[in-house]
Ligand binder design. Structure first.
Ligand SMILES: NC(=O)C1=CN([C@@H]2O[C@H](COP(=O)(O)OP(=O)(O)OC[C@H]3O[C@@H](n4cnc5c(N)ncnc54)[C@H](O)[C@@H]3O)[C@@H](O)[C@H]2O)C=CC1
Ligand SMILES: O=C(O)CCC(=O)C(=O)O
Length: 447
């Protein structure tokens, strides 16, 4: 590997060696961006990348709440405000027991590049808590969200930092947090996105990450004169992103044959049609049940306890659950089974070994920071509508979303096309995302 990448990473490691996910995200960007910086000396002289890997601010705070039996619990809350060169900090909140500073710094770092790719004026941030929503009552979730926002509200605002959802944070949690912010600040502003439609939310925001990931796959397939119609698709996860990725695939004439959750995966070779997907949406969003329950309702489905779905033969794979959920062995399995396209709905779901395998095989492979950018794009459109005090119709938001995803695809091609005609979407996304932020940082001086 390039000596300058090694020496850059050695410096990053000195401060962050205990943060493996953050180191992994930085390494991937450094491998693409440092060779580009070598040809554009101003970025090197001004230490732009060195500045970008240090959060502008990392806030950590105590969150105390009562459970339904009156017992007190203590959790840790965070907000990583990574980069505000091109706009206020923007990025989701994650509630999951694995949340720590490393995970949130990796997500915030990815978000900077992703938000830049959207062309909308949004900086990058991410936050959350090690709180586990699994098995909690609505009242417990509400009390936690109220306590979390009581502190977070000091650090955010519609011109400063606008959080949204991520794993474990959906419409219910955004509602509880918005209510608390409004009460404390006595103002009704677009401080969060992913709001309900009757109180400032945007049409298509719930669908946008999943739909966008499929739109990106469509753009990639189009470069090979191919399409989603008739393709067999394996999706991991069964939360917000996975549900709407599956919905759009079905809508376009593809066949979804697998979904999963942290307990295991289901394989239905007959295909998961609209009706079966409705059952899953109700199971996950209302009943808050496990994906294993699918097989009781639909015996055509098989359940694989503790397994990820990458052993299942497919044309298109869409990892939509969580980071590092698809490793080198999984990637080789997918390739052996004839997979031609991987479009990531989750953030950093493929390990470095898996990414290497996809690139080596020269299949269509899109990293999450490009292919899952539809969610934050619709959030940006929600912010625009809030500023206008107006609400656009569904078709308008969906058209904008499609346009943004096509544009991101074209930016990746511009910076990622290699001499042999293979498009390295990882390199393309990293450089295209970097340039806009770097130029803004140059213009704003050494701060
Ligand atoms: N919600 C959004 O708008 C966006 C989400 N993302 C990313 O998409 C991914 C999924 O997020 P959402 O669907 O919003 O969350 P969610 O909470 O609605 O669903 C998460 C899904 O992942 C599964 N999961 C979680 N941990 C797992 C593990 N260790 N192993 C296997 N499965 C696991 C859960 O069972 C669930 O099905 C995350 O990587 C998130 O960062 C990316 C862009 C935007
Ligand atoms: O909608 C947003 O602000 C953030 C979405 C998000 O967290 C992500 O893109 O990973």
């Amino acid at each position: 590997m390039d000596a300058s990448i090694n020496s850059f990473m050695a410096e990053v490691k000195k401060r962050n060696s205990h943060q493996p996910e953050f180191m992994q995200a930085v390494q991937e960007v450094a491998e693409s961006v440092i060779p580009y910086i070598a040809k554009h000396k101003i970025y090197k002289d001004q230490k732009i990348l060195e500045r970008m890997v240090e959060p502008e601010r990392l806030i950590s705070f105590r969150v105390v709440w009562y459970d339904d039996t009156g017992k007190i619990h203590v959790n840790r809350g965070y907000r990583v405000q990574m980069n505000s060169a091109i706009g206020p900090y923007k990025g989701g909140l994650r509630f999951h027991p694995t949340v720590n500073a490393s995970i949130l710094k990796f997500l915030a770092f990815e978000q900077v590049f992703k938000n830049s790719l959207t062309t909308l004026p949004m900086g990058g941030g991410k936050g959350g808590s090690d709180f586990d929503p699994k098995g909690k009552s609505d009242n417990e979730i509400m009390r936690f969200c109220q306590s979390f926002m009581t502190e977070l509200c000091r650090h955010i605002g519609p011109f400063t930092d606008i959080p949204a959802g991520d794993i474990g944070v959906g419409a219910r949690e955004i509602g509880f947090m918005f209510g608390t912010y409004k009460k404390i600040k006595n103002e009704f502003t677009g401080v969060l996105t992913g709001k309900g439609l009757s109180w400032g939310g945007s049409k298509i925001r719930p669908e946008s990450t999943g739909y966008g990931t499929v739109y990106f796959a469509q753009s990639m397939l189009k470069t090979k004169n191919d399409e989603v119609k008739g393709k067999t698709v394996v999706v991991s996860g069964s939360g917000n992103v996975a549900q709407f990725a599956a919905e759009k695939i079905i809508d376009l004439g593809g066949k979804v044959i697998a979904l999963s959750d942290s307990g295991g995966c289901i394989h239905d070779s007959d295909g998961i049609d609209e009706k079966k997907l409705d059952f899953i949406m109700n199971l996950k969003n209302e009943e808050r049940g496990r994906i294993s329950e699918y097989t009781k309702k639909y015996p055509s489905g098989k359940y694989y306890k503790g397994k990820r779905p990458w052993h299942i033969k497919c044309d298109i794979a869409m990892p939509c659950a969580t980071e590092n959920e698809l490793d080198e062995r999984d990637a080789k399995n997918l390739l052996k089974n004839g997979c031609i396209c991987v479009s990531e709905g989750a953030n950093m779901p493929s390990t470095p070994g898996a990414m290497q395998a996809f690139r080596k095989a020269k299949i269509l492979y899109a990293p999450g920071k490009a292919s899952n950018a539809g969610g934050v794009s619709a959030s940006g459109l929600e912010m625009t509508q809030n500023s206008l005090r107006y609400s656009w119709i569904r078709e308008k938001v969906d058209d904008r979303l499609r346009g943004i995803m096509e544009n991101i695809h074209d930016s990746c091609v511009k910076y990622g096309m290699e001499e042999d005609g293979y498009c390295n979407y990882v390199k393309g996304a990293n450089i295209a995302g970097f340039v806009k932020v770097a130029d803004a940082m140059l213009a704003q001086g050494v701060i």
